[in-house]
Write a protein that binds this ligand. Sequence first.
Ligand code: S3P
Length: 165
Amino acid sequence: MKNLYLCGFMGCGKSHMGRMLSERLHCTLVDLDAYIEEKEGMTIPEIFEKYGEPHFRSLEEKYIREMPENSIVATGGGAIINPVTAESARKAGVVVFLDADFELCYKRIKGDTHRPLVMKNTKEQLHELFMKRREIYLAHSEISVNSNAKDTEIMKEIITKAGLK
Ligand code: S3P
């Protein structure tokens, strides 16, 4: 099976759908953020604080190339925005955009101290970022699914659109 790279805004359900898909398809789940934290021995907020966001983007660019075969990769919300990272993902598999409404994402992420962008931006700023990024997720992905639906519906749509069943 080709890797599936789940992308979309923070809170759209990438990690959650990743877990469901990996169980259903009997393949490995890799969370790119967790992978980076392990490799670097630092948390995401520590990386942002110490080295800044551009450095974090270069780590995403580097580590996405290390994802094992036959896996579902839950990327971080900004990873696939970077054209280089997106290109690596498309080469190794299928990029799937989880298209969820801003209010749904925001409800899940507000006040999260583990997400630096949530900590340093207002709701209005995050909405602006969401609108800008949505166009880029659409452009950089091969499949997009309505992610406001029920989990089982989202999973079915991904499996069908990716031609896995
Ligand atoms: C980010 C999203 C986060 C994490 C980092 C930056 C972003 O991942 O990679 O905090 O730029 O949207 P999640 O989408 O899993 O929250």
